[in-house]
Design a protein. Structure first.
Length: 288
């Protein structure tokens, strides 16, 4: 049994080496684009093995410039969440290359990825993810405190400036529970911007908000791009939210199948409806 297993491993290793000789390696992706905040080259993500394999991403090639606002849409199971997780270093692709701010992250270990996420990335989630025991100011400063260094000691002025920008001047000493949902999301946006990140990743940031409050939050994200030079990548199901972006990427079956430059909510909704109505290609193990 041991000899058979050893022979099988040798054969699998040989097959793997043959594939590597045929497939493009990391250096084939070319030099980093100095103007790009996010680069994905040949990114694939598979889960499981054999007949149970799920192909969540099937080959994403993408370059997003600094100071841009990109919305990502697609039907359920299209790969939106996996795309966001791989692009943000929360999950590692099975194949391909991911660069953030010109830094290759796919070879980083967990400690290096944690440091990257603390200092160079911002996150805005649907559920706000504020710590209830901390004040508003302390929540905003948390990424700087975790990152440590000199920046942490200079953070108070930065936090106050961002809270003023998001309409929460003078509310730094309040607790999250004393704020409305929209105000809590404003705190989350300030927290995401406090470290001057390379990219802000937003996952359905208006999903828990009413229409009026959602519009205010989206305007803040738009202003962060236009006034602060931030780069925002937002996953959303809402055409109104997507209409605030510079471009909309449409995912289906783990691939980018369409793009739309900044357009009205009605145009985005029509393009999304056409995509949803289109027959899905037949693949074994499509994303759930």
């Amino acid at each position: 049994m041991g000899l058979r297993r050893s022979r099988r491993r040798h054969e699998e290793s040989a097959r793997g080496q043959a594939r590597e000789a045929q497939e493009p390696q990391g250096q084939a992706y070319g030099a980093p684009d100095p103007t790009a905040a996010v680069e994905l080259r040949g990114v694939r993500r598979r889960y499981g093995r054999g007949a149970a394999t799920v192909h969540a991403l099937r080959g994403i090639d993408l370059s997003l410039p600094r100071g841009s606002f990109t919305a990502v849409m697609g039907p359920s199971g299209s790969g939106k969440s996996t795309f966001l997780q791989c692009a943000a270093g929360l999950d590692l692709p099975t194949e391909g290359s991911v660069r953030l701010g010109g830094t290759e992250i796919t070879g980083m270990n967990e400690n290096e990825l944690t440091e990257l996420r603390r200092g160079r990335l911002g996150f805005v989630f649907q559920a706000f993810n504020l710590l209830p025991s901390l004040t508003v100011e302390q929540n905003v400063l948390l990424p700087m405190r975790l990152a440590g260094g000199r920046a942490a000691s200079r953070g108070t002025e930065r936090a106050a400036d961002l809270l003023a920008r998001v309409g929460l001047e003078g509310k730094g000493r309040r607790r999250p529970a004393e704020l409305s949902g929209g105000q809590q999301q404003r705190v989350a946006i300030a927290r995401a911007l406090v470290t001057h990140p390379d990219v802000v990743f937003a996952d359905e940031p208006t999903g828990a908000l009413d229409t009026t409050t959602a519009a205010e939050v989206l305007a803040l994200l738009r202003d962060a791009v236009d006034s602060l030079g931030a780069t925002v990548v937002m996953v959303t199901h809402d055409p109104v939210a997507a209409s605030h972006a510079d471009q909309v990427l449409f995912l289906a079956d783990g691939l980018i199948v369409d793009r739309l430059p900044r357009a009205s909510a009605a145009t985005v909704a029509a393009r999304m409806a056409a995509l949803t109505a289109r027959p899905a290609p037949v693949h074994a193990g499509a994303a759930a």
